[in-house]
Write a protein that binds this ligand. Structure first.
Ligand code: HPA
Length: 277
């Protein structure tokens, strides 16, 4: 089936369960999913119940859409996402972002757990994503263009919407949360990086590295959404500390930052709601 037909079939399956039209789509990264459990959900849909929709296999990633209000804003929240390293084609990895655009969401707010490639970043820091490097990853728009969603050659100058970035900056400052800023580099994973790779990313100016987010940002920009994002720095990148990297550490440190993360996301959404009005 052509990708646009597949997306429309997914949209139909969603619409059979709920007619909720979100303004903001929020993607929760590894270990950050607890947020959605606290929401008063108007509806929720397991990815597995949407025919043709990619399903996450990673521990720490529940797989469902939760619909409901956050700080008065109508949201669809992804509790868990799929990754390229799971074996999906990149066009499938960005299906959720495209589907949420088709649901009506105007903003995509991306979050992830990431390694700090800026040696000044500490575990527990949050980094506002101001730009990304996706050069080492297949482009999610490769293949026939879906003209119904967007143009063949979309501009990426403001892949992370400057006004939305300001919404996050203000939320951090109002909540007294230290906010770093930097460039996020997405690699395929699933192996963590070597110290040599981290030195390279550092030379390229990257502040954080991970295995998600940037391809979703590209697909969302293509579909006309305004995008913003935050990385939760769950570990120093390879070579910066003696400790070896594990997924358990990433999840654990994600959980430790959960309360501050929630405050930051809530405050940001409050500001984004005003920005949209
Ligand atoms: N590298 C890649 N992805 C990650 C890391 C990392 O160090 N930490 C969390 N996700």
């Amino acid at each position: 089936m052509e990708m646009y037909d597949r997306l429309n079939a997914c949209l139909k399956a969603v619409r059979e369960k709920t007619d909720y039209v979100p303004d903001i789509a929020l993607v929760l990264g590894s270990g950050l999913g607890a947020f959605a459990d606290k929401m008063e959900a108007a509806a929720s849909i397991n990815y597995a119940d949407i025919p043709g929709f990619p399903v996450s296999t990673v521990s720490g990633h529940a797989g469902k859409f939760v619909f409901g209000e956050i700080e008065g804003a109508k949201c669809v929240v992804m509790q868990g996402r799929v990754h390229y390293y799971e074996g999906y084609d990149v066009s499938e990895v960005v299906m959720p972002a495209r589907l949420m655009a088709m649901m009506g969401a105007k903003v995509l707010f991306l979050t992830n757990a990431a390694g700090g490639t800026d040696p000044d970043f500490d575990v527990g820091d949050f980094m506002l994503i101001t730009d990304h490097i996706l050069t080492f990853f297949p482009n999610p728009l490769r293949g026939p263009n879906i003209d119904e969603l967007g143009t063949r050659f979309p501009d990426m100058t403001h892949a992370y919407d400057p006004a939305l970035c300001d919404c996050i900056r203000r939320a951090a400052s109002d909540a007294g949360i230290k906010l770093r800023e930097g460039i996020y580099c997405q690699l395929t994973g699933p192996s963590f990086e070597t110290p040599a790779e981290i030195r390279m990313l550092n030379m390229l100016g990257a502040g954080a590295v991970g295995m998600s987010t940037a391809c979703e940002a590209v697909a969302a920009n293509h579909a006309g959404m305004r995008v913003c994002g935050i990385s939760s720095i769950t570990n120093k990148a390879a070579g910066f500390s003696k400790a070896l990297l594990t997924h358990e550490e990433v999840k654990e440190n994600g959980l430790k930052s959960a309360a501050a993360f929630e405050a930051l996301v809530r405050g940001s959404i409050k500001n984004i709601k005003k920005e949209l009005n």
